[in-house]
Design a protein around this ligand. Structure first.
Ligand code: AMP
Length: 420
């Protein structure tokens, strides 16, 4: 029988490189935790209708990429393709918005699923860290989220990325623009599917990557020429706050995103070392989403940053994160009595907060020392019958090779001193 492989478009995170993924998640989450965002975790699947209504019936995500299925009980569910709809659903269900303390600020981290054509940076199972600020319309909140994402990337040492910024207007001005854009698009030479898209979601035609389409789009009406006064003022304030915070951005009047729910501020973080899948994160304001999924009016803003692509961005910039070794101390017992005594010391060290591992399986000295070196530990704790008879263990510095005898009951203190 042949062995199994990970399903197409997926990959496994395995040590030691998995440590980088954890560190990236942590680096993205840290600024959020520090800015009033509380952690939320929702199920990996939801009623399919939530995404159909929330993300948009005509989007690629819903029509082509969703893992939708019917349970034995007849429920129609889908693996979550993104985090915003679920987070808002959960916040509404728990009445978080009724606590009189808006905005409700939440962050999350998890797996997302899209049935996409796999390529480098585009997977069927991927990982995002996201943030949502629910229930307040305030340009400072839009700016806060962009500043925090920028902070996350910078804290990882990334610099070869750009922030693209646009406003998609609101329910006043967007319909006027939409009609003008439809008029323009209907006059172009386009295939059947794209023609259908003009009627359902014309803004997304602007996002078509094909050159044959892009060259016809020259001269298309631009949303920024149609923004109402309120949207213009709002957008100008977001821009000013970013500038005041020293966060550089580029105005990108063509930036629309793959999800229908965005209004006003939209942004994307693109990394220039990643080729075609260059978006490392993105988000924006979604003032109408709550009502679309049956809630009250709750203007909100949020983003999701892709963990997989952020790791690729680190590789592209040649950045190796300075991660602490997983193991600081490795214990090597020689003989049965030493095994019993050292195992006890290992537990003691761990309780004292020292990352410690043990040579299991009755390895000989040579193999055990090899494992000690491979573990990345700074120190080895070696003991044989003779040491124990004298109440001692040998503490060996694995870099210098220097070895000192330490009294058994002083091990924890001595290890701490050596690691300090
Ligand atoms: P989106 O919800 O499409 O705006 O995605 C937000 C971020 O998630 C993107 O900028 C990517 O970093 C990441 N992402 C989205 N789809 C995928 C995918 N199929 N594979 C890997 N990362 C993805």
């Amino acid at each position: 029988m042949s062995t199994f492989q990970a399903p197409k478009g997926t990959y496994d995170l395995i040590p030691p490189s998995s440590a980088t993924y954890l560190a990236v998640r942590e680096a993205i989450a840290a600024p959020l935790r520090n800015s009033g965002y509380g952690y939320i975790e929702t199920p990996g699947f939801e009623n399919v209708e939530l995404f159909a209504r929330g993300v948009g019936e005509s989007t690629d995500i819903v029509t082509k990429e969703m893992y939708a299925f019917e349970t034995k009980g007849g429920d129609k569910l889908a693996l979550r393709p993104e985090g915003t709809a679920s987070t808002l659903r959960a916040a509404l269900e728990a009445n978080l918005h009724k606590g009189g303390n808006l905005p409700v600020k939440l962050w999350y981290s998890g797996s997302y699923y899209r049935y996409e054509r796999p390529q480098k940076g585009r997977y069927r199972h991927f990982s995002q860290v996201g943030a949502e600020a629910i229930g307040v319309e305030d340009p400072a909140l839009d700016a806060e989220l962009i500043i925090l994402a920028n902070h996350s990337y910078r804290s990882l040492g990334l610099s070869d990325f750009r922030i693209l910024l646009n406003s998609l207007g609101d329910k006043e001005c967007r319909p006027v623009y939409r009609a003008a854009l439809q008029d323009f698009l209907r006059g172009l030479e386009l295939d059947e599917e794209t023609r259908r898209r003009i009627e359902i979601n014309p803004l997304r035609v602007l996002d078509d990557k094909r050159e044959s389409v892009q060259e016809q789009l020259i001269g298309a009406p631009m949303l920024r020429d149609y923004l109402c006064e309120a949207c213009k003022t709002y957008h100008e304030q977001v821009r000013e706050l970013l500038t005041a915070a020293g966060v550089a951005f580029e105005d990108d009047p063509k930036l629309v995103r793959g999800l229908d729910y965005y209004t006003r501020t939209t942004f994307e973080f693109v990394h220039d070392g990643l080729g075609s899948q260059s978006a490392v994160g993105g988000g924006g304001r979604y003032d109408g989403l709550s009502e679309m999924i049956g809630g009250p009016a709750l203007p909100s803003v949020g983003w999701a940053l892709g963990v997989d692509r952020t790791v690729l961005a680190l590789e592209a910039e040649g950045i190796t994160l300075d991660l602490p070794a997983a193991t600081s101390v490795y214990a090597v017992p020689l003989g049965e009595e030493a095994r019993r005594v050292l195992f006890g010391k290992v537990t003691e060290l761990r309780l004292a907060g020292v990352a410690t591992d043990f040579a299991y399986g009755g390895k000989g000295l040579k193999n055990a020392m090899k494992s000690a070196n491979r573990s990345g530990a700074r120190l080895a704790l070696v003991a044989g019958e003779r040491d124990l008879a004298e109440g001692l263990v040998q503490l060996k510095d694995l870099q210098s090779g220097e070895q000192t005898a330490v009294a058994l009951d002083a091990v924890v203190d001595e290890v701490r001193r050596a690691l300090a």
